[in-house]
Design a protein around this ligand. Structure first.
Ligand SMILES: Cc1cc2nc3c(=O)[nH]c(=O)nc-3n(C[C@H](O)[C@H](O)[C@H](O)COP(=O)(O)OP(=O)(O)OC[C@H]3O[C@@H](n4cnc5c(N)ncnc54)[C@H](O)[C@@H]3O)c2cc1C
Length: 280
């Protein structure tokens, strides 16, 4: 990046000025390049603990790498009841990237880049994770990942705002989950990623991502579980054909058809034939 005149180690949003970008793993910044950036504000030396486990859930520092998330899936410190940790490895495997990228690229960088195929976006929105965002002027705010993403490469970050942490609640980690992902080719970029979750209190949440520029969530409380036909109707009512992403990694009709198909597969996996409201 030959326009860069300074690398500044800082995590203070008050240091941010026009022409700056936060630098995390650099796997986007150094591969896309830039003609306009003048400084990189390096957050990698912040020394943030990558993973903090408490009774309330998991706090991931924005600088937690994909490799660290992958390792956490088998960390004995994780409560055994948190079966949703089974999603961590499939999410990491959804990167079209080698271990070299996994060792550098960060969870915060993936969310901030806000691509439809962002596997950390899919994982964190499916688990109802919230972001802690530091703003200029010493302010902070929280926002659910599913709402933070507003479209392809669009999110709610204002200039100078920095993602500090990703907070995953314990109730979502204790959920029973089902995961489906499709790509047009082996080792291809994610075209569709759906994650289903049944919480300990019975709430069923289906998160559609990958096929749409931003995540969409569908929730069904106990007593109102959908049949496959009702689920398809809900998806069709909420998502118009134009709500699906369309590019070389998947045309709209394919992404839409696969979203409906994988949604029904997840429903069937999570609920037995005798489960409430499920028609076969
Ligand atoms: C070979 C290869 C394959 C890839 N495959 C995929 C893929 O399948 N899916 C996918 O989504 N991406 C993919 N990527 C893109 C990229 O690796 C990931 O999105 C990665 O997670 C970005 O993280 P990073 O830490 O490297 O971000 P960086 O490059 O450091 O930053 C990316 C952007 O986010 C901003 N940013 C970073 N951290 C923060 C923060 N904490 N707060 C606010 N803004 C921040 C930066 O300013 C920059 O604008 C791939 C990249 C390569 C090179």
């Amino acid at each position: 990046m030959n326009t860069i005149s300074a690398m500044v180690p800082t995590t203070d949003p008050n240091d941010f000025r026009d022409g700056d970008a936060w630098l995390a793993g650099g796997t986007v910044l150094f591969s896309y390049g830039s003609h306009s950036l003048s400084r990189l504000l390096d957050i990698t030396a912040a020394g943030w603990e990558p993973v903090t486990i408490t009774e309330a859930g998991i706090e991931f520092a924005a600088t937690c790498t994909i490799a660290q998330l992958y390792a956490l899936a088998q960390d004995p410190a994780l409560p055994t009841a948190w079966s949703a940790a089974d999603l961590f490895r499939p999410a990491c495997d959804s990167f079209v990237a080698s271990f070299k990228i996994w060792n550098l690229s960060t969870m915060g960088g993936n969310i901030a880049t806000s691509l439809p195929a962002g596997p950390i976006i899919s994982l964190c929105s499916a688990l109802d994770a919230r972001l802690l965002i530091l703003s200029p002027g010493g302010k902070q705010r929280h926002e659910p990942v599913a709402e933070f993403i507003q479209g392809e490469a669009k999110n709610s970050l204002a200039p100078g705002e920095l993602i500090r942490s990703i907070l995953v609640p314990a109730h979502a980690l204790a959920a029973k989950t089902a995961f489906r992902r499709l790509s047009l080719n082996n080792l291809g970029r994610t075209g569709v990623m759906l994650i289903g979750r049944v919480d300990p209190d019975g709430l069923f949440t289906l998160t559609v991502s990958g096929s749409t520029p931003r995540p969409h969530q569908f929730r069904f409380p106990v007593g109102d579980y959908p049949s496959p036909a009702k689920l398809v109707n809900c998806l069709e009512e909420r998502l118009s054909p134009d709500d699906y992403h369309d590019d070389i990694h998947g045309r709209q009709p394919w992404r839409r058809a696969m979203t409906l198909r994988l949604g029904v597969e997840i429903l069937n996996e999570l609920f037995s034939a005798s489960g409430p409201g499920i028609e076969r």
